[in-house]
Design a protein around this ligand. Structure first.
Ligand SMILES: Cc1cc2nc3c(=O)[nH]c(=O)nc-3n(C[C@H](O)[C@H](O)[C@H](O)COP(=O)(O)OP(=O)(O)OC[C@H]3O[C@@H](n4cnc5c(N)ncnc54)[C@H](O)[C@@H]3O)c2cc1C
Length: 480
């Protein structure tokens, strides 16, 4: 429900809808490709107030709120922002979200809140995503975020596996309920794909670091470099005294091009390896990744999702001169967001559609020198209704390339299912949820959420999955 009911607001909707729109300020493509800093220039207070005052306050429930996976009360936040009450607006976001400063930056707003704004019909939607980030940043800069006082200690211990958005959403709810929460994480630093995936130019790592410090202040314990399934099992966690376990291990194994020769050549990278080593300081890299990328002048990125856009933009920032995306369908079928693709194009990336690599070819030095491709055409629709790409016989050609990055999607790591007796899994290792509103699995006391339960999705949906499970774990512990 909206905290500020629209029927009490004395506003002229028509007049508001016709107020001028000033688009986001971005750093120029030339400037931003020289570093990894944020692309979007933050609002200042005056701009934020003007932008929020374009909201026409739809009757409850507003479409933006319905489209937001975490149901942020966006209209009430807009009302407070337009009056300059930024800290009060930030409090609205904290009520429903564990990561508002992150979601304000990385959510595909054009497909969620902004995409459902009624102003889309004849005008331009309110930039509610950027306003979310602005308020929470403002709060932190002026006051520092005060951690809500947790409930009295319950004396109960919960283990969270994985420090990504799902694990963090779950931990956030549980510490507030007074439980002792320990996050076990296989990598050296917390954050999941917020750190080891999403590049800095989309999410500044300082923003994440400040957020993480709040989790620590709230009492969340962190155990790094601990791979559950290898270093210890879920049953061992129960034996150590944890009374419930949340699995939030994501879905992070890169899809392979198994039938394509040459993917093992030096110069061919998987997207995760490429993004992590391209974006993260050496000291935060897992041991097996502590070597610099060897990047050539000509880079091809294979794939059509947001990860492909992130790889293209990372390669440009690392100094590659010719950066080209190869995609086997047309632009219309591309799963990645238009906004990221436009940014990549503006920064100099080229796109080659209806193109499928069939062989990675080595030069005299044994390293990648070219990619043999075949032209494709669109055939009949597949089960999901997307037209299938079909090779055009005899259309093979080669593209010179020193580096190729495979951004083909992600699979779950099956290790948790394999090492947890009787835990039900599906689709090669995703954890099966028995009850969608609680994230409960078939094993009593074991809950799950995020990409390891749904397959690759979004930061916000993973966080919502974790928060739901956090509330259900609290109920479970009370009922024990
Ligand atoms: C390159 C890239 C860019 C993206 N960009 C965006 C974007 O702009 N906007 C957006 O909304 N979404 C984006 N996504 C998707 C988003 O990052 C994920 O949907 C989200 O992070 C999933 O959260 P999660 O907590 O389920 O998993 P993750 O973020 O993957 O976190 C899982 C954590 O569990 C740890 N772990 C795994 N196995 C074990 C184990 N056995 N024991 C202990 N720890 C383990 C991992 O190391 C990791 O830290 C992007 C994804 C990628 C790959």
């Amino acid at each position: 429900m909206q905290a500020v009911p629209s029927e009490f607001l004395a506003i002229d909707r028509k007049e508001r809808a016709n107020r001028p729109f000033f688009d986001l300020d971005l750093r120029s493509a030339e400037e931003r490709t020289c570093d990894f800093n944020a692309v979007v220039i933050e609002f200042d207070p005056e701009r934020a107030m003007v932008e929020a005052a374009r909201c026409i306050h739809c009757p409850d429930p507003a479409p933006c709120m319905v489209a937001c996976p975490t149901a942020n009360d966006i209209p009430s936040a807009m009302w407070l922002i337009e009056q300059g009450k930024f800290v009060e607006a930030a409090a609205i976001y904290h009520k429903t979200s564990s990561l508002p400063e992150v979601c304000g930056r990385v959510c595909p707003h054009e497909a969620l809140c902004q995409g459902s704004c009624v102003l889309n019909k004849h005008h331009t939607p309110v930039l509610c995503g950027e306003l979310e980030a602005f308020c929470v940043d403002y709060e932190r800069r002026t006051l520092g975020y005060s951690i809500p006082k947790p409930n009295a200690s319950s004396g109960k211990k919960v283990a969270v596996i994985g420090a990504g958005p799902a694990g963090l959403g779950c931990a956030d709810i549980l510490v507030q309920k007074g439980h002792e929460v320990t996050i076990f994480e296989s990598k050296p630093a917390p954050g999941g794909l917020l750190v080891y995936g999403i590049p800095n130019f989309k999410l500044d790592k300082d923003v994440w670091q400040e957020k993480w410090e709040e989790f620590e202040k709230a009492g969340v314990k962190f155990v790094p470099n601990t791979y559950i399934g290898k270093d210890k099992t879920i049953d061992q966690l129960f034996a150590e005294g944890f009374e419930a376990v949340f699995i939030g291990v994501g879905s992070e194994i890169d899809a392979k091009m198994e039938d394509t020769p040459g993917t093992d050549l030096p110069g061919v990278y998987e997207a995760t390896d490429f993004l992590i080593r391209g974006n993260i300081p050496m000291e935060q890299l897992p041991e097996n990744m502590k070597k610099p990328l060897e990047l050539g002048r000509r880079v091809v990125v294979i794939g059509g999702g947001d990860t492909a856009s992130d790889c293209l933009r990372t390669a440009l920032r690392l100094g590659s001169e010719e950066v080209t995306c190869l995609y086997r369908r047309t632009e219309n079928e591309m799963p990645g967001g238009k906004k990221d693709r436009k940014m990549a194009r503006d920064e100099g990336a080229k796109y080659r559609f209806l193109t499928q690599p069939v062989k990675f070819i080595a030069g005299a030095d044994g390293k990648l020198a070219a990619v043999e491709c075949i032209e494709m055409k669109l055939g009949e629709p597949d089960a999901k209704g997307r037209r299938k790409p079909v090779p055009v016989e005899g259309s093979n050609f080669s593209i010179a390339a020193d580096t190729a990055v495979l951004a083909l999607g992600y699979w779950p790591d099956p290790i948790i299912g394999k090492t947890t007796p009787d835990l039900e899994t599906y689709n090669w290792g995703l954890i099966k949820v028995q009850n969608k509103t609680t994230g409960a699995t078939n094993r009593p006391g074991v809950f799950t959420g995020g990409d390891c339960a749904t397959g690759p999705d979004l930061v916000v949906t993973a966080m919502v999955g974790g928060r739901k499970a956090g509330r259900a774990i609290d109920e479970y512990l009370k009922s024990k």
